[in-house]
Design a protein around this ligand. Structure first.
Ligand code: PLP
Length: 430
């Protein structure tokens, strides 16, 4: 019997349908082995705390983790402002737990809607300059729920968009047109071609011919650390009368006054759907959509992960709200950018190819074996920074993704650079 990783089996026995004793179950162990053979196996590796310094344990499976002696410096987390360990954020979560409850207890539409949620949503909407915001229990659920609820006929999607956007398109059952990474001209050509196909090549402003079109892009790309050309994308979207949705997961709490790239670029009134997460710089859990009153009220009714899932836990909402307030004070942002600039310059001086324009520093080595070897050598030297290889990134662009935070000290940045130099020399990458 053949088996692939999609959960389907095929073979002469199942094809006949006659053998009532045929095994119609699942064989996770052999699927796992198949993943291993394809180099797609992933492993859990517990850390003792969410911080810029942490101890590691090998995957304990079902036993308690045993943390090794000696801390690693973590350059792998999205806690960019280092607020997970901030006492004010922790206190906000603890107060919400005791005053409101540890869990929402029900969908927001039943009894899970609390003043903590509403306060966070007002603050997010203010930071985004929109009429209203709505929080979901994860960023993943936000993308899937929002795209599926909008139910577009066609989604034009940047080729490097996050998996949750890809899954949202699948759930919407939309036709997906993938455009080249950060290429507004390529997008315009594809929209033009589509407008022609649906029978209206003459008037681009009416090109949708009754179809609904959604253009979706990350603002800061999580593996490339680059920024979408939003202004140009807005121009294209407006030419064709479509809608633009952006994912500010890696920009929320950063840029402008903490409002992300849309805010920094002053494009709030040209972007129809601003989505983001509470799980990265805001050191919590959850996701949000910010937009018009009508959009939010509609999503409240139609986004299935909002309607049919328990509301975001009140401590998570309160923590994110406090983190947003602290992010807007800007001194944490200043510390982050100091660390980012120092690390970027020193790694480049050491001879590494450091890409991106944001707080995410992809150190590109090309070959996937080299990237994984660099990851392992850095780990040996007490630095955690993940090797990333295809299919997550394009062939021949394997890399180590380095994410400094506002909590790293100057000497920790120096230790990271020294480890890169040593490991790079050892592996003949420099
Ligand atoms: C660009 C992007 N969008 C959405 C998500 C999903 O967010 P969450 O982790 O809050 O579910 C992520 C998380 O990795 C992301 O990087």
């Amino acid at each position: 019997m053949r088996e692939d990783d999609s959960g389907r089996r095929a073979g002469p026995e199942s094809a006949s349908g006659a053998d009532r004793s045929a095994d119609r179950g699942f064989d996770p162990a052999s699927r796992l082995a198949a993943r291993e053979r394809r180099g797609r196996r992933r492993d859990l590796a517990p850390v003792d705390r969410v911080d810029a310094r942490a101890r590691l344990a090998p995957d304990p499976r079902s036993t308690p983790p045993e943390f090794r002696d000696g801390e690693h410096l973590v350059f792998a987390a999205n806690d960019y402002l280092g607020l997970s360990g901030d006492e004010r954020v922790q206190r906000a979560a603890a107060d919400a737990a005791s005053e409101v409850g540890t869990g929402a207890g029900a969908s927001r539409l039943v009894t899970g809607d609390t003043p903590v949620h509403r306060a966070l949503e007002r603050n997010l909407a203010a930071s985004k300059g929109t009429e209203r915001a709505l929080v979901f229990s994860s960023g993943y659920a936000t993308n899937v729920g929002t795209i599926a609820a909008l139910d577009p006929d066609v989604v034009f999607s940047d080729e490097r968009n996050h998996a949750s956007i890809v899954d949202g398109c699948r759930q919407a059952d939309a036709e997906v047109v993938v455009y080249d990474h950060c290429d507004p001209d390529g997008l315009a050509a594809m929209m033009d071609a589509r407008a022609g196909e649906v029978g209206d090549g003459g008037d681009p402003s009416d090109g949708t011919d009754g179809e609904s079109w959604l253009v979706v892009t990350d603002t800061v790309f999580s593996m490339d650390g680059d920024v979408a050309p939003l202004r140009e994308l807005c121009d294209v979207v407006e030419r064709f009368g479509a809608w633009l949705m952006v994912d500010e997961a890696h920009a929320t709490g950063l840029y402008g006054d903490g409002g992300g790239i849309v805010q920094r670029e002053g494009l709030g009134d040209r972007v129809h759907v601003q989505m983001g997460t509470l799980s990265k710089a805001l050191a919590s859990q959850g996701g949000y959509v910010a937009g018009s009153e009508a959009l939010v009220e509609y999503l409240c009714n139609a986004a299935r992960p909002f309607v049919f899932s328990t509301g975001l836990a009140p401590p998570a909402a309160a923590a994110a709200r406090e983190a947003l307030r602290i992010a807007q004070e800007n001194d944490r942002q200043d510390r982050l950018w100091t660390n980012v600039d120092r690390l970027r310059d020193d790694l480049a001086d050491a001879g590494f190819d450091v890409r991106g324009d944001t707080q995410i520093l992809p150190v590109v080595v090309g070959d996937s074996a080299d990237a994984m070897a660099l990851d392992a050598e850095l780990r040996e030297r007490g630095i955690l920074a993940p090797g990333i290889r295809p299919p997550t990134v394009p062939e021949r662009t394997s890399r180590v993704r380095v994410a400094p935070t506002a909590s790293h000290t100057k000497s920790e940045i120096d230790r990271c650079v020294a480890a890169f130099r040593d490991a790079g020399t050892e592996l003949d990458l420099l």
